[in-house]
Design a protein around this ligand. Structure first.
Ligand code: ATP
Ligand code: MG
Length: 206
């Protein structure tokens, strides 16, 4: 497929882009059941980072399905393609120097690992937004659990499709126990720590 396609290098390096923005490119990947709080937390994190003057962009499940992935459905094949494209887009945003917030259920470890690999593990934070299915079903902000229980939605994660709990998430945010504010503070702290770590350890290399 890639025969006859040659990479065309630019004259601006990744480090130059980051220097201009005064930050490191990152992907913050929120995974968890529907209703666990991925979007709620990502929206607040985005707001806080922008108030600090940082360059940030948010990719979110339903939003992406309106445009980039509007041709995809919910078969296993289409779900894989959905996440594959998002992982590639997130990696491009990271390469542009943005702090990129991605909120997708992303129930399979393999696809989350793919996203990590594309972004580069040093610049990737996997956030497990943890809440059990009973809690999420009680919140049911979009009424999806109600529909799934009636069988009106097939292959619904947590009800009729599996969710693989992250085994080595960089951060676990338990939204059953933490307030939104406390969850947001934990994510911001993890971002700040990693930004400092990258500056110290990788700046001279990339
Ligand atoms: N600590 C918390 N963090 C985040 N959300 C919380 C918390 N406590 C309660 N909630 C509530 O839980 C719901 C989470 O819904 P949200 O749309 O953010 O979930 P989601 O993980 O993005 O789901 P989906 O995968 O369907 O997009 C909201 O109604 C929110 O107000
Ligand atoms: Mg959401």
């Amino acid at each position: 497929m890639t025969k006859n396609i040659t990479w065309h290098d630019g004259k601006v390096s990744y480090n130059q882009r980051c220097d201009n923005l005064g930050q490191e490119g990152m992907v913050i990947w929120f995974t968890g059941l529907s209703g666990s709080g991925k979007s709620t937390i990502a929206v607040e994190v985005e707001k806080e980072l922008v108030l600090r003057g940082q360059a940030v962009y948010r990719l979110d499940g339903d939003n992406v399905r309106h445009g980039l992935n509007s041709d995809l459905g919910f078969t296993a094949e289409d779900r894989n393609e959905n996440i594959r494209r998002i992982a590639e887009v997130a990696a491009l945003f990271k390469d542009s120097g943005m702090i990129t917030l991605a909120s997708f259920i992303s129930p399979y470890q393999e696809t989350r690992d793919f996203a990590r690999e594309r972004a580069g593990a040093d610049n990737f934070i996997e956030v497990y937004v943890k809440a059990d299915v009973e809690t999420c079903a009680k919140r049911d902000p979009k009424g999806l659990y109600e529909m799934a229980k009636k069988g009106e939605i097939k292959n619904f994660t947590g009800i009729s499709a599996p969710y693989e709990v992250p085994e080595n998430a960089d951060l676990v945010v338990n939204t059953k126990e933490l307030s939104v504010e406390a969850a947001v503070a934990k994510v911001l702290e993890a971002i700040d720590k990693r930004q400092a770590w990258i500056k110290e350890n990788l700046e001279a290399t990339g």
